[in-house]
Design a protein around this ligand. Sequence first.
Ligand SMILES: O=c1ccn([C@@H]2O[C@H](COP(=O)(O)OP(=O)(O)O[C@H]3OC[C@@H](O)[C@H](O)[C@H]3O)[C@@H](O)[C@H]2O)c(=O)[nH]1
Ligand SMILES: [Mg+2]
Length: 618
Amino acid sequence: MASSTVDSSVSDLFSSAPALQSNLEILSPDQIELAKILLENGQSHLFLHWSEPGVCDNEKLGFFDQIARLNSSYPGGLAAYIKTAKELLADSKLGKNPYDGFSPSVPSGENLTFGDENFIEMEKRGVVEARKAAFVLVAGGLGERLGYNGIKVALPRETTTGTCFLQHYIESILALQEASHKVASDGNQTDIPFIIMTSDDTHSRTQDLLELNSYFGMKSTQVHLLKQEKVACLDDNDARLALDSNNKYKIQTKPHGHGDVHSLLYSSGLLDKWLDAGLKWVLFFQDTNGLLFNAIPASLGVSATKQYHVNSLAVPRKAKEAIGGITKLTHADGRAMVINVEYNQLDPLLRASGFPDGDVNCETGYSPFPGNINQLILELGSYKEELQKTGGAIKEFVNPKYKDSTKTSFKSSTRLECMMQDYPKTLPPTARVGFTVMDIWLAYAPVKNNPEDAAKVPKGNPYHSATSGEMAIYRANSRILQKAGVKVEEPVKQVLNGQEVEVWSRITWKPKWGMIFSDIKTKVSGNCDISQKSTMAITGRNVFIDNLSLDGALIVDSIDDAEVKLGGSIKNNGWTMETVDYKDTSVPEEIRIRGFRFNKVEQLEKKFNQPGKFSLED
Ligand SMILES: O=c1ccn([C@@H]2O[C@H](COP(=O)(O)OP(=O)(O)O[C@H]3OC[C@@H](O)[C@H](O)[C@H]3O)[C@@H](O)[C@H]2O)c(=O)[nH]1
Ligand SMILES: [Mg+2]
């Protein structure tokens, strides 16, 4: 009896999808199980267009291959995904405030000032800790706002040397590793692991970039790629999965967000390995912040000194800027947490809770809420413990764009998303969650916006474009050298791709030349000045700027065993900047999105390939 009841309910189930039912013979038992899951969760529409058996059978099997992948890559499978989606879509339709019961206030955190005693101390401490760190780059995003055709980590960080972001990140990690080993008292010489989260959009191109460049000097065993899977798109409030408009045997998918990094790390088994190897810190960062490593040593020092389980890096934030606000949320029941409130949610949250003007600047000219740059430093032991409880699942959200105020249909399909900075949301109240604020010029210059959108950014807010991203490198390096005693001439203002930017001397160096301020200071002495029209690129390690007067372009490369003194008066016609319009397709995309290119008119270029002591006259 019992079995016939099951059979009849199963056949009831399949009778809701006659086109599928007539195809059951071509499906394997596993595929039939997956079909049941779909039907039980309100997905019979997926089969409305199925042809009779014998027609498009390969496509039908392909459909179930995809369903199997979607089912196995999500914790709890598709049934859990659809269930959560229905709940979140219902909340969204009701306009439910995800922060219901919480009131926001401005949290207090650690403030660092570049170059002061505390900063220098923190940097030194950070270097000591670095050999116990693992770095995790989330690079699965397409960069839709930037609209660049390649992967973002392959973009030049600056075009004076053309070094791409990925190379710079790797060289920075290697420089930290080396510096840390030098000060290690325990003789521990482990390599710092470097993890890159990719997606189908970025995986093979990331791998190719690494392989074509011999991992930019890192051991290939030191680098791990973890690929995130996309999730199914949703067509309506009933969480009906969306079919691809060009292929009715395919579900539309979209990225699930950078929050996937936690479940991927958890299931990779790497956390245990790292604990066994004595590691203590996991540092997460995003694809295009060329200034990030200026901030890493000091903030790692803060994590270690304050024994933070979670340390978020932050910068002063302009109201309405597209970066999340670090906020203290206190619940009516007494619970409190310090968490990122994403930029699209900060204004409504504030308006709903006693800040009638919403997301606005205060008397400082900045939002009172520090801006999250999404660089997180987590303490490995507590991280692993937490993931053991959650499996790495992160609180999700949904952000449908409704057609009208009835909120009954969407402009285009939506999906569930999750963010890596939501990790602290499940932590117990005993967790030590803090943040570290640093100057924008030092720490944050992402490349996210295309030239057209960047030009429309309200005046005074950062452009976050390829133009501003590169100019920020020169500004930071110029200011750091100024602080070290070099007279770097003040910048000029220029409009590039419709954005007014400060153009400083084009100064660049490799991370191994100077990772922390106290190192950089040892590389600079005497009376030095660099004019605004100058370019200076240092790619060697033991290069010392000593009584140098530069007005032109100076390019210096040297092997580690060569000690090179840059001094005397160098004057040449240098490298000029030519404007380029972003619409000019005769210019390569990675150049035209900047709005300028260099015309290498004249330079002093020196290479020192032999061990020994040298100066520019040699
Ligand atoms: O599915 C995804 C989406 C994104 N990413 C990666 O996550 C990083 C951030 O993605 P985006 O640039 O789209 O992020 P957003 O600009 O929307 O906001 C992010 O950065 C600024 C912070 O203030 C925000 O709090 C943070 O969410 C990138 O490195 C991207 O490659 C993934 O790895 N997978
Ligand atoms: Mg985004």
